[in-house]
Every structure is written in structure tokens, then in C-alpha cells.
Design a protein around this ligand. Structure first.
Ligand SMILES: Cc1cc2nc3c(=O)[nH]c(=O)nc-3n(C[C@H](O)[C@H](O)[C@H](O)COP(=O)(O)OP(=O)(O)OC[C@H]3O[C@@H](n4cnc5c(N)ncnc54)[C@H](O)[C@@H]3O)c2cc1C
Length: 287
């Protein structure tokens, strides 16, 4: 009974406590500090007579979960995929692959995008945030991935067998990973995205350009919504849609915290994490 939780913020750690106390083997995978660590002082959370820094509150939460036997891994999850012809999930991450019987998405709310003129206008019309979902539509086409790290390379590798021409556009950054052969890298800053009904052209800051049929956004790391999309989890108003026990539409996948929307506060993240941790254990007991 192995539960993997993505995210070591209040939602993920609360889910870990409840799943562990419920008898599961629990691993939390986190790429590092979450939103809470940027809070200088927290003074609206239960149990503290004096304000506490967000960073200290988060560390105390992690220490408490470690004491109960929760394992913490520092890694960046790139995709969560159902195991073919079997039960459970495979998590592809920057350092290694993990196997889980149930997964709790608690990776916060941030969605990495860029404010390039034209980008938002073409979302769903050539601009995609999910290679696994949409690669098939770009068979034999010219495709660009925007990003410079592990996540961008992961998306490019999914597109590679489908696209006729594949480019990685780093938008002014140096690539932080070794780029495989067959993927052209362009490092100029992007100033504009153009098209008529669909995306057609990208303009760079040196006034050169590139014709494209599709653009895949993969800036920074995959957030909760990107991971959810790849799994076929339904979103509602840009957040993960959950039932009253934090279950998603995909059996064995739960979500908690800022990624489900509503009140973006610690108290709500902790409550939802508790529900998700308990529900994941109950689900696994019935399998
Ligand atoms: C400046 C600031 C001040 C705040 N002050 C308060 C306050 O005073 N009181 C209050 O109640 N709330 C406050 N909040 C809100 C509170 O911090 C959030 O509601 C809460 O942290 C949400 O918890 P979470 O677990 O859902 O997400 P987060 O705390 O954001 O944690 C997300 C976790 O997911 C991990 N992660 C993300 N993507 C990946 C990936 N691909 N692979 C692996 N790991 C990943 C991150 O590293 C992180 O560990 C504040 C927020 C900010 C930004």
C-alpha cells in the first residue's frame, strides 16, 4: 500500500500524516520549498501564540511527518502515468522513476506561463500545456516547446516521434539540461506570437522568426494542473475538480490544497490533505 504525495507544503504533509497513520507506506516527493516558505510571518493558523515564519512552520510539519516514518524525496516530478495493464501509477521525475498504488497531487497552484503578446489568444488553438494529451494532433507538423529545463526536455521527447520539426525555445535562458539530437535549440527571447485562426509564427527579439503549427509551454517545472492534465484528471475553472473526499475522476488519484482552488490558506490545505490521505488509504484497502 504505497501512497506517493507530490508536494511538501501544508496539503502534502497533512495528507502524508493521515495516510501514514492509516497504515500506508508514504513517500512525499518535492522539488523544494513551496508557497508557504515565502510567507514572512503567519499569525492566522491554529496553535501559535506568537507569529511563526512560513519557512519554520513548513519545516516543523515535515519534521513531524518524518518522525512518523514518512519518506521525503527531493525530486521534480515530470509526469504521473497509469501503469499499463496493471494497477497503480508510474511517476517520471528528473532523478528517477517511482511506483505508487495511489497518488495525491498537492503541488500548489502556480501555473508557469509567460506574458508574451499573442500567447493567451492562441491557447487551445495551437498553444498547449500538455504534450501527452495533444502530441497526436501534431503528427508531421512543426512544433516548438518553450522552456529550458528537465520538464521542457520531457515534453519535447514526447513530441519527438510525432513532430516533423521540433525546436526548444529557451526564451533568453541557457538550457539547464543536455538537449538530445534532433531537437533544435533557439535561445533568443520571444517577443510575439502571431497567427490568424491558429498559431502560425513566433517572432524573436532579433526580429528573426519561425513558422510553427503548435507551441507547447513547459516553463520551469510541471505544476499540479500540468500533472493532472497528463493523467486525464478533469479541471474546472483552471483548478483540479475534486469530490468531497478530494477524489478526482481518476480512481486512485486525489488532490489537495491550493491546486483545488477556493480559499488559498494553510487551514484549508491542511484539511484537504487530511481528507485526501484518509481517502487514499480507504481506496487501497478496497483494492
Ligand atoms: C507570500 C505568501 C504569504 C502567505 N501567508 C499566509 C498566511 O499568513 N496564512 C495562510 O493561511 N496562508 C498564507 N499563504 C498561503 C499558503 O502559503 C498556501 O495556501 C499554502 O502554502 C498552500 O499549500 P499547498 O500544500 O497546497 O501548496 P504549497 O505550499 O505551494 O506547496 C507546493 C509543494 O509542491 C511542490 N511541487 C510543485 N511542483 C512540483 C513538481 N513538479 N515536483 C515535485 N514537487 C513539486 C513544491 O516544491 C511544494 O513543496 C501565503 C502565501 C504566500 C505566497
Amino acid at each position: 500500500m504505497h501512497v506517493i504525495i507530490i508536494g511538501s507544503g501544508p496539503a502534502g504533509v497533512s495528507a502524508a500524516l493521515y495516510a501514514r497513520r492509516g497504515g500506508a507506506d508514504v513517500t512525499v516527493i518535492s522539488k523544494g520549498a513551496g508557497g508557504l516558505t515565502t510567507a514572512e510571518w503567519v499569525e492566522n493558523y491554529y496553535g501559535f501564540a506568537e507569529p511563526i515564519s512560513g519557512a519554520e512552520l513548513e519545516q516543523r510539519g515535515i519534521a513531524g511527518a518524518e518522525r512518523l516514518g514518512v519518506r521525503f524525496e527531493t525530486d521534480e516530478v515530470l509526469a504521473v502515468l497509469p501503469v499499463e495493464e496493471g494497477r497503480g501509477f508510474r511517476l517520471e521525475a528528473a532523478c528517477r522513476t517511482y511506483a505508487a498504488d495511489a497518488v495525491i497531487l498537492a503541488a500548489g497552484a502556480s501555473r508557469k506561463t509567460l506574458s508574451i503578446p499573442g500567447l493567451r489568444d492562441f491557447e487551445g488553438r495551437g498553444v498547449s500545456y500538455c504534450a501527452i494529451c495533444d502530441a497526436f494532433f501534431y503528427r508531421g507538423k512543426k512544433v516548438a516547446v518553450i522552456g529550458a529545463g528537465d520538464y521542457a526536455l520531457h515534453e519535447a521527447e514526447i513530441l519527438r516521434p510525432h513532430a516533423a520539426q521540433l525546436s526548444l525555445l529557451t526564451n533568453g535562458e541557457e538550457p539547464s539540461v543536455a538537449i538530445s539530437d534532433g531537437i533544435a535549440v533557439q535561445t533568443q527571447k520571444i517577443v510575439r506570437i502571431e497567427g490568424a485562426r491558429r498559431v502560425q509564427h513566433i517572432v524573436f527579439d532579433d526580429e528573426t522568426g519561425m513558422d510553427v503549427d503548435g507551441i507547447f509551454m513547459a516553463i520551469g517545472t510541471a505544476g499540479s494542473m500540468e500533472l493532472a492534465r497528463k493523467l486525464g484528471v478533469v479541471l474546472s475553472d483552471g483548478k483540479i475538480a475534486v469530490g468531497k473526499h478530494m477524489e478526482t475522476n481518476v480512481p486512485g488519484v486525489y488532490a489537495a490544497g491550493d491546486c483545488t482552488g477556493g480559499l488559498l490558506q494553510i487551514a484549508k490545505a491542511v484539511y484537504e490533505g487530511a481528507e485526501a490521505g484518509l481517502a487514499a488509504v480507504q481506496y487501497l484497502r478496497k483494492q
